[in-house]
Design a protein around this ligand. Sequence first.
Ligand SMILES: NC(=O)c1ccc[n+]([C@@H]2O[C@H](COP(=O)([O-])OP(=O)(O)OC[C@H]3O[C@@H](n4cnc5c(N)ncnc54)[C@H](O)[C@@H]3O)[C@@H](O)[C@H]2O)c1
Length: 265
Amino acid sequence: MPMNGKVAIVTGAGQGIGRAIAARLAKDGFAIGCLDFNLDTARETASQISAAGGKAMAVKVDVADREEVFKAVDSVADAYGRLDVMINNAGLGPTTPIEDITPEIYHKVFDVNVGGTYWGIQAAIKHFKKRKPSKKGEVVGKIISASSQAGQVGNPDLAVYGATKFAIRGITQTAAKDLAPLGITANAYCPGIVRTPMMEGIAQKVADENGKSLEWGLEQWAKNVLLGRISEPEDVAACVAFLSGPDSDYITGQALIVDGGMVFN
Ligand SMILES: NC(=O)c1ccc[n+]([C@@H]2O[C@H](COP(=O)([O-])OP(=O)(O)OC[C@H]3O[C@@H](n4cnc5c(N)ncnc54)[C@H](O)[C@@H]3O)[C@@H](O)[C@H]2O)c1
């Protein structure tokens, strides 16, 4: 894998979409900081990248903990000498019928999905600021965060999760405005129904309630997808690769929908 001299951090890189993003960006030449709460799976992602000829390191972090996020981001930037792209991907996706929402669920999901994004942005700015744009419009750092199709429209039983994903779009728009003078762009990606452990958990629940298989549960979602299939993590990673690379330098404050045609804006 030829290196591009740049460094990207991916949170939640231990599985699912985060692992696919880490693998894709490594293929595109980035050295990767694979951050995850689960150090074993983060190490596995880093090993897979190394085995394929890329450069990656694994760091344990709870993205809900501001201090831990700063330490983890610093350790990657120190090891590789710089930071170019920060991907706030880690997230929790519980289904929460509106009457069952508890203060515990609300705080936990907001702390990870929203708090984790604030801390990731702050920790990255510190390193992006080491470079100054030499001319108007030059991009010295990119922030990319996980929103969702559920951050575009309300979905049944997702009042907590959906609210956190709407929040990511709001944070992204403000970050784009606040950070443009520093040469930093901020964008989000909005996956639809992606085959990952998170989605399989939700589909399994629906399947169990109906006495059906996991595959049946996943297929129920595909009915709402114009392109007729649910997403693979690599579909999302391709969008994030575009947002991470130079072809998207003139894009900021946007939330790109990668859902096979579920939501139009
Ligand atoms: N799967 C989908 O269909 C889908 C759709 C839209 C948006 N998304 C979003 O994409 C992102 C990734 O989703 P996924 O399906 O790959 O999820 P996943 O549950 O399969 O993987 C999430 C990863 O994040 C890690 N993680 C969880 N909490 C953490 C914490 N506090 N600190 C550090 N790491 C933590 C987990 O260990 C895991 O490795 C999430 O933000 C999710 O909301 C997913």
